[in-house]
Write a protein that binds this ligand. Structure first.
Ligand SMILES: [Fe+2]
Length: 234
């Protein structure tokens, strides 16, 4: 999967944290990427954190600092904590996560609404999502032009209408939003998703009322319990 699509006008590269937070998402651009290479042994951090429970584990600074790490492992946690502090100091509410697999939706669901499905994030007020993968398979992006909302597929919509038990009216639209069905997408045949890559810090557009750009469509890579990722999200 290609990393950092050079041809894609919606992704803009920036070269500093100040530029990442200070550049408005507009004129069609719905993702900013600060490409980076980080030193340190992130695999060692993941190995030392080893958790058997599946799902998300939020990492606290104290826990990271207490790990018995080599010098290279220490460099890795300092990089993670450095990012955490940069975002926290801007009141961006970051979290460092250890992910072990994750919850997959029922495969029979009419529209899967887990993070492994192409989706947009939503907020009631203007906000963006920041994310970085330090270890494990990176998050993935899909061009808006190669995506269709699952609720716009006639067969899917008919099934959802049946589930709702009413007409395609305001109440139905509210039902779609309440269940996040309207935030999930299908990739067009032949679509070429791209990888967010390792260490790159991304800022991506959400769906919120009045956003001048379409939301950035993304997903977590399909991972099973035992497949570990380290990431930052805010
Ligand atoms: Fe998301």
């Amino acid at each position: 999967m290609p990393s950092l699509p050079a041809d894609y006008r919606r992704v803009r590269r920036v070269s500093s944290f100040a530029e990442l937070v200070g550049t408005p998402l507009r004129d069609g651009v719905n993702a900013l990427c600060w490409p980076r290479a980080l030193p340190g042994d992130f695999a060692e951090v993941a190995a030392k954190l080893a958790r058997s429970e599946a799902g998300i584990h939020v990492l606290e600074e104290q826990e990271l600092q207490a790990l018995p790490l080599s010098a290279a492992g220490r460099v890795a946690i300092e990089a993670m904590l450095g990012d955490f502090r940069l975002l926290r100091d801007r009141q961006l509410d970051p979290a460092l996560n250890y992910l072990n697999g994750g919850e997959h939706d029922d495969p029979q669901a009419i529209v899967a609404t887990d993070v492994f499905s192409w989706h947009a994030d939503r907020a009631p007020v203007p906000a963006d999502t920041y994310l970085c993968t330090y270890f494990g398979r990176p998050s993935e992006g899909l061009r808006n032009e190669e995506a269709t909302r699952r609720v716009d597929d006639p067969a899917t919509r008919a099934k959802l209408l049946q589930l709702y038990g009413g007409a395609d009216d305001d109440g139905f639209h509210e039902f779609l939003a309440d269940h996040s069905y309207d935030l999930h997408y299908a990739a067009a045949p032949g679509a070429g998703p791209f990888s967010f890559g390792h260490f790159n810090l991304w800022r991506i557009a959400l769906a919120y009322p009045g956003n001048p750009v379409p939301p950035c469509i993304h997903r977590a890579p399909a991972t099973r319990p035992g497949e570990v990722r380290l990431m930052l999200i805010s």
